[in-house]
Design a protein around this ligand. Structure first.
Ligand code: 5GP
Ligand code: ZN
Length: 113
């Protein structure tokens, strides 16, 4: 756990978040600045700064499968959704606690901006 990490503070419930899923390993909550009707962030409870620091394949699998479960619950599994992990500057990572974006509920373009 990192004392000054925003998402570690959400894990510790020091900062409120609109939780959509919580278990032993993973938390998921609504993005404060949603880019789609469904925009959920899925994070490991454990602090990992970015995908570059990730070593635990089960952790990455849990994030991905949690996103798929939430997509079903949010009613976008059939219409479609996107899962994104932004890593470092060129991808626009702003919070350095690994997180997977789940975006759905609208038509999306490819390639992304
Ligand atoms: P990144 O740009 O690092 O991939 O994504 C960080 C995301 O965290 C952004 O989409 C941003 O809107 C979201 N975010 C930043 N601060 C907070 C917060 O305090 N609460 C929530 N729920 N989301 C946040
Ligand atoms: Zn953290």
């Amino acid at each position: 756990m990192a004392d000054d990490c925003l998402f570690c503070r959400i894990v510790r419930k020091e900062i409120p978040a609109k939780l959509v899923l919580e278990n032993e390993h993973v938390m998921a909550f609504r993005d404060i600045n949603p880019q789609a009707p469904v925009h959920v962030l899925v994070i490991p409870r454990e602090h990992v700064a970015s995908l570059n620091e990730a070593t635990d394949s089960e952790m990455i699998g849990r994030l991905t499968l949690a996103a798929a479960e939430i997509a079903k619950r949010e009613g976008v599994a059939e219409s479609g959704y996107r899962t994104v992990i932004n890593t470092n500057r060129d991808a626009g990572q702003t919070v350095f606690h690994l997180h997977l974006h789940l975006l759905g509920g609208r038509d999306m373009r490819w390639p992304p901006g």
